[in-house]
Design a protein around this ligand. Sequence first.
Ligand code: 6PG
Length: 239
Amino acid sequence: MKLNIFETDTEVLASLAKYFADCAKEAIAARDRFTVALSGGSSPKKLHELLASEYRDSIEWDKVYFFFGDERDVPLTDSQSNYLMAKQTLFDPLGIDPSHVYAVQTPLGAEEAAKDYTRHLIHFFDGGSASFDLIILGLGDNSHTASLFPHTSVLTDESASVQALYIDEVKMNRITFTAPLINNAQHIAFLVYGAGKAEAVKHILEDPKDIQEYPAQLIEGADLQWFLDEPAASKLQNK
Ligand SMILES: O=C(O)[C@H](O)[C@@H](O)[C@H](O)[C@H](O)COP(=O)(O)O
């Protein structure tokens, strides 16, 4: 695991955008395509905007395939939709071919949408287990990532799949990658900035293992990188 800590969120975003481009170049050179699962929430918005501007001409966007590590059980036109956020901040500005974007089909209902997404992944990855080139994750103040929330049944799901469950904490159904599916990725990048995340970052990186309390501790992988600003890393003892 590698910690990339920068003074400001601007520097964090610049570093992650470069990392994204590097992962894309590596994947396209090896497999002529780059598969990436995006995170929801607000933190990625600035990353998307940076990619759509600074990296417009330096990534072969027509070889990039977009997925979502989790989604809220809302219409794809709803302001809470992770798909809509990415469409507005990344896909539309770059003119991404809609056939390269795999939105979670929430109009099917959460359970069916999760099954449908799992089927799509099996098909897309030629029947093998999905191994994304890059998965971008955020971190909630309560130590959740994707929609792996504390004290939920999905935390102990050992299948590399997409699951739907009601999350009492947010009073809505969520559709989420399981930890094994996330951990199958070639590269995993946490994007975490702001002082409000400091407690959660310390829990994940330095507190004893307690995945029910701190679900993001479940995330591990060959190349797991954290992109943090100083405020978010401020409670770490070892950095
Ligand atoms: O659908 C979601 O909300 C995300 O996937 C979630 O895991 C998010 O990354 C964290 O809640 C952090 O959200 P912020 O970036 O808004 O703080």
